[in-house]
Design a protein around this ligand. Structure first.
Ligand code: TEU
Length: 548
């Protein structure tokens, strides 16, 4: 690594970026993004200058061999690369090229389930006496032939599938092609830890861990309680509360085991995908010892409650509550990690566009996200304002239709330019492109663009200690305006203000200050007494002790 010392907790100040490899850059003309494509675009992410986005780490959604039933989250070999994405040597080159630019690389680790085509499962299902039978959850039918419990797959239907040759059911929390691994079997744990070491030995800087909270379930796989609030049209899996299938107290031991493997190496990070209340999310840090996840994703700015009902409104009180709850619940020294989007959730602008002002909110969201004390993860395309793309029925790919239209709308190819192939591919892309008006090229030309706002925010964050490592203070809301301060002893205070109201608001200032960055560039510069915030505006303001 060139930019930071090895062993440092680099991830605390880092700006992370999620690459969905199928959709980032195609290099071989098959309409599917690949690793050489990602390498070709690294300068966009970070070329060491302020012309680039200043990304410190990328997380790659799964790049492993997979039948692609769940687009890579069904892995048939944990220690190889899918030919659609390239070769192991491409991956090694990506790691090396990233490291010369000071970009860390996180892989997606999917511990809860493998593909049904993984040799482990093929062996496991071959006979009741297979030495790997217990690597997965096999159970006999109830007396009436029904599945062993009432669990429902997140993708709909029973979480159990009957295997005719061996006359038993196996458990799958997602698709039938994604059987759950049995983490109560020490052989499974050892094998999965070896997977981690395989990649850590190749220089991978850490992992985003898929559905960490499902890895250990109730030891007897007891029924889940029915959800009295379920009603038709809600996803099937919501018929039951995931009490015994998720966030089980035993999960933390699996987390600690993974953490111990990472601790055998220096400067590595585990970022877990976890769901629940602020307290449930915080629990994954491992308490005061902080021996659990380094970072636990908080998705509450996307959906405040889990399971999700509605998208979190762009509303000061709600945002303040989410931040407050997260701060209060997280153990001292635990570092927050917010995401405003990912490959499973509707894109930010589309979520917040009920009045056609989603784009304005996206600008303010950028300053909120990068202004919070957290390790922000940007979902590819968020920085150029990509939107959900309406996919014609016959082109839908995602097997998980638990959401109307599935998750394809937010997975469309990165739009690099306004050409027919968007700079992404010369072939028919695996998913259709979005509006031609949205592209990196267009954003780069426009000084006031969303991309330039992200870029400026990213580099300012690197320069200004309060934004990178300052404590959060004085979180307040007034009349739709959210504000909080970031403070470090010796480096001053920066105020983050977000006007979520659709009308202008006046913000009284205690004295002379300087707006160092704003959604509306006209706001930037010296300010005193009162700052007039346009509707949906946001700003970063350096307070007097910083101005001199
Ligand atoms: O997602 C987990 C997942 O499905 C949640 O987003 C779910 O909607 C939530 O638990 C409901 O409360 C991960 C991956 O991100 C996703 O792409 C995979 O399909 C899934 O796991 C299975 O690996």
């Amino acid at each position: 690594m060139t930019s930071q010392a090895v062993g440092e907790e680099w991830w605390r100040g880092a700006l992370c970026y999620q690459v969905y490899p199928r959709s980032f850059q195609d290099s071989d003309g098959d309409g599917i993004g690949d690793i050489p494509g990602i390498i070709a675009r690294l300068d966009y992410l970070n070329d060491g200058t302020e012309r680039s986005l200043g990304v410190d780490a990328i997380w790659l959604s799964p790049t492993y061999p997979s039948p692609m039933k769940d687009f890579g989250y069904d892995i048939s070999d944990y220690v190889a690369v899918h030919p659609d994405f390239g070769t192991m040597s491409d991956m090694e080159q990506l790691i090396a090229e990233c490291h010369t630019r000071g970009i860390r690389v996180l892989l997606d680790f999917v511990p809860n389930h493998s593909s049904d085509q993984h040799p482990w499962f093929i062996e496991s299902r071959s006979s009741r006496h297979s030495p790997k039978r217990d690597w997965y959850y096999w159970r006999s039918a109830k007396a009436d032939g029904s599945p062993p419990n009432n669990w429902i797959s997140i993708f709909g239907g029973p979480a159990w599938t009957w295997d005719v040759p061996t006359g038993q059911y196996y458990l799958h929390s997602f698709l039938a092609e994604q059987p759950d691994l049995n983490w109560r079997n020490p052989e499974v744990v050892a094998a999965m830890h070896d997977v981690l070491r395989f990649w850590l030995d190749r220089g991978i800087d850490g992992f985003r861990i898929d559905v960490m909270g499902m890895v250990l379930k109730h030891p007897e796989l007891a029924d889940n309680p029915l959800d009295p609030e379920w009603r038709p049209l809600l996803p099937d899996y919501r018929r039951v509360l995931q009490l015994n299938s998720r966030n089980h107290p035993d999960v933390i031991e699996a987390v600690r085991g993974i953490r111990r493997v990472l601790d055998e190496y220096e400067g590595r990070v585990a970022v877990g995908e976890v769901f629940g209340t602020a307290e449930q999310i915080a629990w994954y840090y491992g308490g005061e010892a902080l021996d659990g996840l380094h970072l636990a994703f908080n998705f509450q700015l996307i959906n405040e409650v889990d399971p999700p009902d509605d998208f979190t409104p762009w509303e000061a009180e709600t945002i303040a509550r989410i931040i407050n709850n997260a701060q209060r619940a997280t153990p001292g020294g635990g570092h927050l990690c917010f995401a405003l989007g990912n490959h499973d959730r509707s894109r930010l602008i589309s979520r917040m566009d009920h009045d056609g002002r989603g784009r304005e909110r996206a600008r303010a969201a950028a300053l909120l996200h990068l202004g919070l004390p957290n390790t922000p993860f940007i979902y590819y395309g968020e920085e150029i304002g990509m939107v959900d793309v309406d996919i014609p029925e016959q082109l839908l790919q995602d097997p998980a239709r638990f959401r109307h239209g599935g998750r394809d709308p937010e997975r469309t190819p990165m739009q690099w330019d306004a050409s027919a192939g968007r700079g992404f591919s010369t072939a028919e892309p695996w998913l259709p492109y979005g509006p031609v008006t949205i592209s990196v090229a267009a954003e780069q030309e426009d000084e006031g663009s969303l991309l330039n706002l992200y870029r400026r925010a990213s580099w300012m964050r690197k320069r200004e200690a309060p934004l990178r490592e300052g404590r959060l203070r004085d979180l307040t809301t007034l009349d739709g305006v959210l504000s909080f301060a970031r403070h470090t002893r010796g480096s001053g205070t920066i105020l983050v203000v977000v006007n979520t109201a659709s009308q202008p608001r006046s913000l009284p200032l205690a004295g002379p200050a300087e707006v160092i960055l704003a959604t509306h560039t006209a706001l930037e510069g010296a300010a005193r007494d009162v700052l007039q915030l346009p509707a949906l505006a946001a700003a970063w303001i350096a307070l007097p002790d910083k101005v001199e």
